[in-house]
Design a protein around this ligand. Structure first.
Ligand code: MG
Length: 382
């Protein structure tokens, strides 16, 4: 069974304030749209296509740096036209989810529940919350004109999930002159039954600036902080430079190792893997595998980042300590921070690179090799 998803991200989002459209604004330092992308990936969705607004290509590229780049198509003038463009770009699938990029509180659990319900025979469904406040209609100037009976009323959220055949049929018949409320409405228009299942407060839609703040409070309650540490050491050998934290440092020796022997980034990869409970670098990149011979350690670091992304985790801060008598790290320390921050896509003040010696004691003091220690702090769904 193949599951595909469309993320509709075409809105200009002017009501949410800020310079960027709301789907590209930061939530815990990560663009709103990337939260949903991570949740869909973590839930095992096979294919994801984003429908973006015209002129938003660069926003989208910036928002999806680091992970595997999802496909994006430019939407149309109406929501119906945008979903049509997205459906045309999606390959064959059995289940299609359509999600609003302005709802970053998506969890893999919601995605799995929706997919399971479609698999069990539901043609179309969405998460929703029953309305609990009293509903009253005003004349637009605050004067109440009537009370609206709230029994049976729901606030409908996304993602909405569909039997792919029924959804495609419905969009083939959709009338472009009708402004459908959502995708369930498009399916209902061809007479297919639509159903609501229990929604989640965290799936709230970001419309106003305070929505982003409220969601941040809700999500921080449901996230945990994990700290991982990593240690690595490499032996000196013949050579004219060493590579540390992605920076080539001239030296009268080189470092021996199967890859580029970047002990700083190796320790950092192990720290990130540690916080994720994902084993160690050797398990992901076995030294016995010839494809990692001489490999640039940036590949290992990017792999750790992708694992973090797939788990819905976010790296908050990293700290690397290099231990050696020589080469002197000080003159290169800032370049190492900058390189590491670039790859991790973190602000510079969340990346620390330090150096120390062992006062000439032990194997490091005798300059037989060089060691690195790293700590990574991540937040992830509880
Ligand atoms: Mg190593």
């Amino acid at each position: 069974m193949k599951v595909a998803a469309l993320i509709v991200a075409g809105g200009s989002g002017s009501r949410a304030g800020g310079e960027l459209p709301k789907q590209y604004q930061a939530l815990f330092g990560r663009p709103v749209i990337s939260w949903s992308l991570g949740a869909l990936r973590a839930a095992g969705v096979d294919e994801v296509v984003a429908v973006i607004g015209e002129g938003h290509e660069e926003f989208f590229r910036n928002a999806t740096r680091g992970g595997p780049p999802p496909r994006a198509v430019v939407g149309g003038a109406t929501r119906t036209a945008s979903v049509r463009a997205g459906l045309a770009a999606l390959g064959d699938a059995d289940v299609i989810l359509i999600h609003d990029a302005a709802r970053p509180g998506l969890t893999p659990k919601v995605v799995r529940e929706l997919v399971a319900a479609v698999q069990a025979g539901a043609p179309a469904l969405a998460p929703a919350l029953p309305v609990s406040d009293a509903l009253q209609r005003t004349n637009g100037e605050g004067c109440v004109q009537e009370e609206v009976e709230r029994a049976g009323l729901h606030r409908v959220q996304t993602p909405q999930a569909f039997d792919a055949r029924i959804l495609r049929d419905a969009y083939a018949c959709a009338d472009d002159s009708i402004a459908y409320t959502d995708d369930l409405a498009v399916v209902r228009a061809i007479g297919a039954p639509t159903k609501l299942i229990a929604g989640d407060l965290r799936l709230m839609k970001i419309t106003y600036p305070e929505d982003l703040e409220m969601l941040a409070v809700m999500l921080s309650d449901s996230r945990i902080t994990c700290v991982g540490n990593g240690i690595d050491a490499h032996r000196f050998g013949p050579g004219a430079f060493v590579t540390l934290c992605g920076v080539r440092v001239p030296h009268d020796k080189g470092l021996l190792g199967h890859s580029d022997a970047d002990a700083g980034w190796h320790a950092l990869v192990d720290a990130i893997l540690g916080a994720l409970g994902e084993g160690d670098i050797g398990a992901h990149f076995p030294p016995s595998d010839p494809q990692w011979k001489g490999a640039d350690s940036e590949r290992f670091l990017r792999h750790a980042l992708q694992l973090a992304d797939a788990a819905g985790a976010k790296i908050v801060h990293v700290d690397v300590t290099l231990v050696c008598e020589r080469p002197k790290v000080g003159p290169h320390r800032e370049a190492m921070r900058v390189r590491t921050a670039q790859v991790l896509d973190l602000p510079l003040d969340r990346v620390s690179v330090k150096a120390t010696t062992t006062e000439r004691m032990g194997f490091l003091g005798r300059e037989e090799g060089l060691a690195a220690y790293a700590t990574a702090t991540l937040t992830r769904p509880a």
